[in-house]
Design a protein around this ligand. Sequence first.
Ligand SMILES: [Zn+2]
Length: 163
Amino acid sequence: MMNFCNRCAGALSEEVPEGDNRPRHVCQECEHIQYQNPRVIVGCIPLWEGKILLCKRNIEPKFGLWTLPAGFLELGETMAEGALRETYEESMAKVEIVEHFGMYDITRVGQIYSIYLAKMLSADFSPTPESSEVGLFDPEDIPWDELAFEVIKTTLKEFIERG
Ligand SMILES: [Zn+2]
């Protein structure tokens, strides 16, 4: 939710600009239109000897539930670079990309989820400020009822189906 213009700090109001077809946040002072667009989340399915590395979230939302390492893409990095960085930040695991696995629209929250298949370079990983636990799971041991996000469930199901 935006209240102030990021150019002049003027008040924003929601209106349909001339020539546009949907409401935007428009500055009442300088007329700057502050567009909002989906954000990109990047992450990995890190693999080690047939097992999948999952992280238990130590942060909200979904504190205490398991997820794949993933997070917001930063300006200036490629999706693959972001996926490697997020994987390291959340699990201390060093991985290399095998291939792009999939992209998922999460229109409800304005996100695009881009996931890579990745090979762990060693069995080293550990908890981090963002993950209270990190663990390798056999596909049959995935904690389906304790996954943080629907898209993670979808990704893991697809991974297993593809064999
Ligand atoms: Zn302004």
